[in-house]
Design a protein around this ligand. Structure first.
Ligand SMILES: Nc1nc2c(ncn2[C@@H]2O[C@H](COP(=O)(O)OP(=O)(O)OP(=O)(O)O)[C@@H](O)[C@H]2O)c(=O)[nH]1
Ligand SMILES: [Mg+2]
Length: 541
C-alpha cells in the first residue's frame, strides 16, 4: 500500500505536468498562465485585460494584454484573434463606467440560464477565448444554450474570483460559447447606449447559489432551490380583479334571471318610475305652463325683471321711485295722484301689540299683511301709500317684532304683522310671534282680509301652508300677493302664480285673483290698491 504522502506527491507531479503543458508565455506580449494563479505580467502598459476564473478552490488566471487588437489564447495552445471594440477605455474598463460586479454570479452545479439580449453581430463585443474544457484544473464550466430571438447565442455567466492586481477585479465576466460550440469568454464592451438598450430588456436570473445564500440569510429552507428559473422567481403578475356592479344588467344575459328574481313590488315600482320620471323641483317649476290670463296680466303690468329702456319705451319716468306705480305717458314730471282715494290718506302708526290682550279695539276695517320674515310686508305698506319711511324696513329678517297698527285716514286700518320662519331672533321669541300672528288672523274681529305675501322667487313654504290651513279653519279671508316680482323673469312670475293658484285650488277662504307686486318697481301696486279699496267700500262697519 502506498503511503498517503507518496500518493499526494504523485498527484502533485501530475498536476505540475498538466499545468506545464498549459503554461504559455508568448514572446511578444509576455502573457502568462500559471498554476496557483500567480500572475506575472511582462508588460504593465495600459489597456490590459485580466480574466480569472476560480472554481472549487483552484485558481485559473488568465491575462490578456491588448494593444488595439485582442490576442486570445486557448489552452490547446492555439491563438485566436478577436478584434476589440472601440467602446473600451484605456484602463480596460467599459466606457460607460458601469461596474459589472453587480451581475457577478457563481456557478456550482447544474446548468444555469442566463438571458442575454441578442447582440446582432459580434462587433459589439470583445471576445476572449477560454478553454472549452478546463479538465486540467479540475474545474467545470457549465454551458447553456439559450435561444434569443433570431440568433442563437450561448452565454454562460461565470464569476471569477480575483486575487491578482487586475483592474477588472470583481467584475462580472460573460463566459460563452460561439456557434461552433467552443468555449469562449465574452465581455460586454458595449458603449453606453448599447448597455442602456441591453439593460432595458435583459433579464439575468440569480443562480441557485446566490439564491441559497440569500435564503440562508433569511433563514429559509433549501428544499426547492435547485431550479434557477422557478416561476415564483419571476415578478408576480397582479391579478386583475373585475368588479361587477350587481345592479348593472348590461353584463347579464336574458336568461340570467333579470326580473325573475325581482319581487312584484319592485316590478311595480319600476313601472311607476317609467311612467312618472322623477323631476327635480326646478324642472317641475320650469314645466309649468301659465294660462293666458296670467300671462297677459304680467305683460300689462310689466311684472318681472325689466330693462329700464323697456320701461322708458312704455312711457314710465324711471327717475321716480317705483316708477311703474305712476300713470304711463304722464306729461307731468311729478308723480300723478293715486287713483284710489283711500290710499291718498296719511299713513299713521297708532298701536303695537306683543300679546293679544294689547290689541287695540277694532274701530276700523282692517287689512293685515302676513308672511315670512323679509318677504316685504312693511315695504308694501309704504309702496301702497307712497309714503316711504313711515313703516320701517330692513334687509335683515325679523325687524318687525310686534303687530303694528296703522290708520289710513278714518276709513281703513293697515296692520303690519311680524314675520315667521327664519329671522335673527331667539327661537322662543319667534315662536311667540307666530302664536301672536295665528291668534290675530284667527280671532281678530274687524279683520277683513289677510294679504299673505309670498316671495315670487321661493314660492310657498311649509309655514305658509300652515298659516293657510289655520285661516281655512278660522274662515278668515286671505289673498295671495306675490312680492319682489322684479327679481325674476316675467315668465317665472306667471309660473309661480299658476303654481300657487293650483295648489290652493280647493281652498275656500282664498280670495282670487292672486296679486303680483313689486314694491321696488311699483309693478302691480295700482291693481292691489284697487282690490283693497273695494274691500273698504263694501266693508260693513
Ligand atoms: N327687489 C325688491 N326688494 C324688496 C321688495 N320689497 C321689499 N324689498 C326689500 O326686502 C327687504 C325686506 O323688506 P321688509 O319690508 O322689511 O320685509 P318684512 O316682510 O317687513 O320683513 P320683517 O319685518 O323682518 O318681517 C328690504 O331690504 C326691502 O328693500 C321688492 O318688491 N323688490
Ligand atoms: Mg317688517
Amino acid at each position: 500500500m502506498p503511503s498517503e504522502d507518496s500518493l499526494r506527491q504523485k498527484l502533485k507531479k501530475r498536476t505540475k505536468q498538466s499545468f506545464s503543458g498549459n503554461s504559455l508565455r508568448t514572446k511578444e506580449d509576455g502573457i502568462s498562465f500559471e498554476k496557483n494563479g500567480v500572475h506575472r505580467r511582462g508588460n504593465e502598459s495600459e489597456g490590459k485585460l485580466k480574466k480569472r476564473v476560480n472554481f472549487k478552490g483552484k485558481q485559473f488566471s488568465e491575462e490578456i494584454e491588448e494593444r488595439g487588437k485582442l490576442r486570445t489564447l486557448d489552452f490547446s495552445g492555439k491563438k485566436k484573434r478577436v478584434y476589440a471594440k472601440e467602446g473600451r477605455d484605456k484602463n480596460g474598463k467599459l466606457e460607460n463606467g458601469v461596474a459589472t460586479s453587480k451581475k457577478r454570479t457563481l456557478f456550482k452545479k447544474g446548468e444555469k440560464k442566463v438571458k442575454a439580449d441578442p447582440v446582432k453581430g459580434s462587433s459589439g463585443h470583445r471576445t476572449m477565448w477560454v478553454p472549452g474544457k478546463l479538465r486540467n484544473v479540475g474545474s467545470k464550466v457549465k454551458r447553456l444554450t439559450h435561444t434569443v430571438k433570431e440568433r442563437e447565442e450561448n452565454v454562460i455567466l461565470a464569476t471569477t474570483k480575483h486575487k491578482g492586481r487586475g483592474k477588472d477585479e470583481g467584475k462580472m465576466k460573460f463566459v460563452g460559447e460561439d456557434d461552433q460550440g467552443s468555449g469562449l469568454v465574452k465581455r460586454s464592451r458595449e458603449n453606453k447606449s448599447e448597455l442602456g438598450k441591453r439593460k432595458s430588456h435583459e433579464v439575468v436570473y440569480p443562480s441557485s447559489f446566490v439564491k441559497k445564500k440569500a435564503r440562508d440569510k433569511m433563514g429559509l429552507d433549501h428544499d426547492d432551490d435547485d431550479d434557477a428559473e422557478t416561476p415564483r422567481d419571476r415578478p408576480k403578475k397582479k391579478k386583475r380583479v373585475i368588479k361587477i356592479d350587481p345592479h348593472d344588467i348590461s353584463n347579464k344575459r336574458l336568461d340570467d334571471g333579470i326580473g325573475v328574481n325581482g319581487s312584484k313590488e319592485e316590478k311595480e315600482k319600476e313601472k311607476e318610475s317609467e311612467k312618472e320620471p322623477k323631476m327635480s323641483m326646478n324642472a317641475q317649476f320650469r314645466a309649468i305652463q301659465p294660462g293666458p290670463s296670467i300671462l297677459s296680466f304680467v305683460e300689462k303690468n310689466l311684472l318681472g325683471r325689466r330693462r329700464t329702456i323697456d320701461l322708458r319705451r312704455e312711457g314710465y319716468n324711471i327717475d321716480l321711485s317705483a316708477p311703474l306705480d305712476n300713470i304711463p305717458f304722464s306729461s307731468s314730471s311729478e308723480r300723478e295722484k293715486i287713483e284710489e282715494n283711500v290710499f291718498r290718506n296719511k299713513l299713521e302708526y297708532f298701536a303695537a301689540a306683543k300679546v293679544s290682550s294689547s290689541f287695540p279695539p277694532p274701530s276700523l276695517p282692517e287689512i293685515a299683511f302676513a308672511g315670512r320674515s323679509n318677504v316685504g310686508k312693511s315695504s308694501l305698506l309704504n309702496a301702497l301709500t307712497r309714503q316711504w319711511g313711515v313703516v320701517r324696513t330692513s334687509e335683515k329678517p325679523g325687524l318687525t317684532q310686534t303687530i303694528n297698527f296703522f290708520n289710513l285716514g278714518t276709513k281703513l286700518c293697515l296692520v303690519d304683522l311680524p314675520g315667521y320662519g327664519f329671522a335673527y331672533a331667539k327661537e322662543e321669541v319667534k315662536e311667540s310671534w307666530e302664536e301672536l300672528v295665528k291668534e290675530y288672523v284667527s280671532r281678530r274681529t274687524g279683520l277683513k282680509r289677510v294679504c299673505l305675501l309670498i316671495d315670487t322667487k321661493w314660492g310657498m313654504k311649509p309655514r305658509d301652508h300652515e298659516l293657510v290651513e289655520l285661516m281655512e279653519r278660522s274662515k278668515t279671508k286671505y289673498q295671495i300677493v306675490l312680492t319682489k316680482t322684479d327679481v325674476v323673469f316675467p315668465i317665472d312670475v306667471a309660473r309661480r302664480a299658476t303654481q300657487i293658484e293650483e295648489s290652493l285650488l280647493h281652498n275656500k277662504s282664498v280670495v282670487k285673483p292672486l296679486m303680483m307686486v313689486s314694491s321696488k318697481s311699483g309693478a302691480g301696486i295700482r291693481s292691489l290698491r284697487t282690490v283693497l279699496a273695494n274691500i273698504t267700500r263694501f266693508a260693513k262697519r
